[in-house]
Design a protein around this ligand. Sequence first.
Ligand SMILES: O=C(O)CCC(=O)C(=O)O
Ligand SMILES: [Fe+2]
Length: 234
Amino acid sequence: MNTSDLARQFWRDGYLVLEDFFENNVMDELDGLIQTHFGANPDFQHTDEFLTESQTDVIPWFPQNEGPCAFDTLDEHDGLKALTTKVLGDGWKRDYCMVMFSKQGTSGQAWHQDCPPDDPSQHNLNRLVYTSDITDEIGGQTVVVPGSFRRGVLPAGDPTGHFPGEVVLKPTKGTLVLLHGHTWHRVLPITGAFRFSTNYRAAPKDTREGITDVCVYRNMRYRFSTSSVIEKRV
Ligand SMILES: O=C(O)CCC(=O)C(=O)O
Ligand SMILES: [Fe+2]
């Protein structure tokens, strides 16, 4: 498929999975750096309120905040840049690169939208890189509801309940997943060893700053910059 077909598929479904998009040697290097950074038993960084209320167990790391590093390589990946331009249009902006780590035995991530869908034109794009396989043994599969980025706000309700038509993704090493920030998505519990993904977030040209500051869950809206629940949803 060419990039135009892939972009059409993305705008139909709100996500796109491309296996073997990245080279193995780059995946191995980044995977090693991530494992070294987190070590065996990293501490949680979010507040207890967030961890309990959101039913989301992730420890973020922003590797590029620490200066030039191996993670910069994928910012310059020609295929990734070309596909991003097809999907978002000219003038798109790269946002931050964030690794999200979940420990063994944790709950993954509850259903959410990365930013409120009140204005359909204001959204982030997740460009998720999987440096090792997500497997049924480990858990941490990513679940999406196809087309949901057009259905407005995620319905209030059970933070980890099921939606008709949900699709479970098991990205393998080297896979790129493009995921619209308004697409309803979650991560299943981590039953085996730790699990992580690396997200090179981007956004269309006229997207406001801090687009992912407020995340929509089925039971609340949460603002990360102030660590506060800004709306309880029932
Ligand atoms: O790690 C994943 O597979 C999905 C993470 C996620 O929800 C996000 O990057 O917004
Ligand atoms: Fe997300």
